[in-house]
Design a protein around this ligand. Structure first.
Ligand SMILES: *Cc1c(COP(=O)(O)O)cnc(C)c1O
Length: 375
């Protein structure tokens, strides 16, 4: 391949060793974090449902306006617990091919058979009408939609499918903590939502996650499951796992939660700048219903893979590292004979790139990136 001609930028370029990564975790002030660490040390309480974890749980419930929330050690164990709670082992779940691998690998880990349905062309989310077609072919015991890049899927339509066919709807909302659907929290829909508090997410505990339940019974069973399955009186009714969050992780959550509104505001500004610079030359994720997508990622869709590769090379040459989400495609779970059923997914997977987005991203970088894309 001929080497690419380097496009000259009007703005100051990065220093030769400097790089703008696709994302970076938000780092709160160290003294603030240490204040909570001191509390944990004074309490001599480091894990097992300590006071910092209780405080974080209560503050998150208030912040999100939800009743039944359980914090766990990461988003992937939240998914595994949700699949276990709905007793899906040996059964079949319908999910999206366009997602982070954990959505499906956690299903496989729980011995759940995976069926894929195609995604929607504009929201890039699992399409409820394609799910309906799959369900009518038979043998679907649960649906696992993902609110991808934080954009809500058609939650009402999935609730209807759940009711009509009497199957649970479990959301991988790892990227969607603050998302809204028709003016309401996404947590008003579905049976269980799994969220991630990983360091790269908008709100984080370094590692962490949570389950949000419609039913109190699910919460109570999950509380015992994350503690080896030990329930009241020390009795083990079923095998659980250790999925507890430590006090030092909860401490990080308390620091980041204090700043969350400010973090959203800052990244929202960057997203709006990207949109105004880029709306003419790339496609952006949209929904056909009223929705709010928190500013967590900056995905753009190119006309084709060739165009994506051309831009990505230029970005790299200038020290900007974008990332292809979710590439390579989750082929492990795609039945070759049914590739035609996933036509939209195949096209989307080849043409989406996430641009750098993090707290405090400078405007000049957005301008540079836009210039390299529109060239
Ligand atoms: C981050 C993420 C996960 C996994 O969460 P962890 O906390 O990293 O285990 C699962 N699904 C999606 C869509 C994610 O973005």
């Amino acid at each position: 391949m001929a080497s690419a001609k380097i496009i000259q930028l009007p703005q100051a370029d990065l220093k030769s060793n400097e790089k703008v990564l696709v994302t970076q975790p938000y780092i709160p002030p160290l003294d603030k974090y240490m204040h909570f660490v001191e509390q944990a040390f004074d309490n001599k309480w480091l894990t097992n449902g300590g006071p910092l974890l209780k405080e974080l749980t209560n503050r998150l419930k208030d912040y999100l306006g939800v009743k039944h929330l359980l914090i766990v050690n990461n988003g992937t164990s939240a998914l595994q617990l949700a699949y276990k709670l709905k007793d899906l082992s040996g059964k079949t779940a319908l999910t999206t091919p366009f997602t982070f691998p954990a959505t499906s690998t956690a299903l496989e880990w729980q011995n759940v058979n995976i069926r894929l349905a195609d995604i929607d062309r504009d929201s890039w989310n699992l399409s409820a009408s394609n799910c309906k077609t799959q369900i009518q072919k038979g043998n679907v015991d649960a649906i696992v939609p993902v609110n991808i890049f934080g954009a809500p899927c058609d939650l009402e339509a999935f609730d209807e499918l759940g009711k009509k066919y009497d199957i649970p709807i479990i959301y991988d909302s790892a990227q969607a903590l603050l998302s809204k659907y028709k003016g309401k929290s996404i947590f008003d829909y579905g049976d269980i939502h799994c969220v991630s508090f990983h360091a790269t997410k908008l709100f984080h505990c370094i590692e962490g996650g949570a389950l949000i339940f419609k039913n109190k019974e699910d919460l109570q069973r999950a509380e015992s499951l994350i503690n080896f399955g030990i329930s009241e009186g020390g009795i083990v009714k079923e095998a659980g796992i250790n999925a507890k969050m430590s006090e030092l992780h909860a401490a990080m959550g308390l620091c980041v939660l204090d700043d969350l509104d400010f973090l959203v505001e800052n990244r929202q500004k960057s997203v709006e700048r990207y949109h105004s610079e880029l709306s003419d030359c790339v496609e952006l994720q949209t929904t056909s219903y009223d929705s709010y997508t928190p500013p967590m990622y900056m995905p753009v869709k190119f006309e084709n893979e060739q165009e994506l590769l051309r831009v990505n090379e230029q970005l790299n040459l200038h020290g900007y590292s974008a990332r292809r989400y979710f590439y390579p495609a989750n082929n492990k779970y795609i039945d070759e004979k049914r590739l035609n059923d996933l036509a939209t997914n195949n096209q989307i997977t080849d043409s989406i790139l996430c641009l750098p987005l993090m707290h405090g991203l400078q405007y000049k970088h957005i301008k540079n990136i836009a210039k390299l894309i529109s060239f």
